[in-house]
Write a protein that binds this ligand. Structure first.
Ligand SMILES: [Mg+2]
Ligand SMILES: [Zn+2]
Length: 239
């Protein structure tokens, strides 16, 4: 694994990148869990949200509590998910990554069931989704579990994205995200595409990154990197 970053010196003659992409607020416009809780949860969900925002608890504890406050049938959950919009450029971006043979993983500290449904709604099929597991436990009751939790995660996330990234087979990887769930993975990525609080975090922590607002911009940035790499000029600085 090369630790130099794409902003450093490229000496490889082959490309073995992967993309690790966040979902909530990055692919989707709204945060899925917040949307579900606002419409279908007991109002106490906001107390947990405040504790998470103040970094008193990690997202794992926050999500466990919030999902237990959901009071909704599957039909209601589905109807709510079907209202959630995604970045309209994401579909084109996913097709581009496939055409370039760059594996694209959706790695999220959100809900697997929701992500899979929303991607399907937008005719995006076949993307691996690695996220927390949502299951129905009674007519109106739901539970979340954390198959990708790491006890060592300094952010106490439900899905530790750096643990996931380390398990994926790659030489170099690009992380795309927008928030706190991306902080741990950003520190080990070769390059980060960042917006919102992840952008501020990368700036403060000196993590190599490119700001972006839409997947049109994300694709343009990665196309430049791929084009530069394919020229195979050793010791060429990429800026
Ligand atoms: Mg996010
Ligand atoms: Zn982590």
């Amino acid at each position: 694994m090369k630790k130099q970053g794409l902003s450093g010196i490229i000496t490889r003659t082959d490309s073995h990148w992967i993309i690790v992409c966040d979902f909530d607020g990055t692919i989707s416009c709204a945060d899925v869990t917040d949307t579900l809780m606002e419409k279908l949860g007991h109002p106490d969900w906001q107390l947990l949200e405040k504790r998470w925002i103040n970094a008193e608890i990690g997202s794992r504890e926050c999500l466990s509590g919030q999902i237990s406050l959901l009071d909704a049938s599957r039909q209601q959950i589905d109807a709510c998910l079907d209202q959630i919009k995604i970045d309209p450029e994401f579909c084109r971006f996913a097709r581009w990554a496939k055409a370039e043979a760059i594996p694209l993983y959706v790695v999220s500290d959100g809900l697997d069931y929701a992500i899979e449904r929303i991607l399907r709604n937008n005719n995006i099929a076949g993307l691996p989704v690695i996220a927390n597991h949502l299951e129905q436990v009674s007519d109106r009751g739901w539970r979340i579990s954390f198959p990708h939790f790491s006890p060592d995660c300094q952010y106490a996330s439900g899905t530790c994205k750096c643990r996931v990234a380390k398990m994926l087979n790659y030489d170099e990887f690009i992380a795309i995200g927008d928030g706190r769930s991306d902080f741990c993975v950003a520190s080990i990525a070769d390059h980060v595409l960042a917006k919102k609080s992840l952008l501020t975090h990368c700036q403060k922590a000196g993590i190599p990154h490119t700001p972006f607002n839409s997947f049109r911009e994300a694709q343009a940035c990665l196309e430049r990197l791929v084009a530069k790499e394919s020229r195979l000029i050793p010791s060429q600085e990429i800026s």
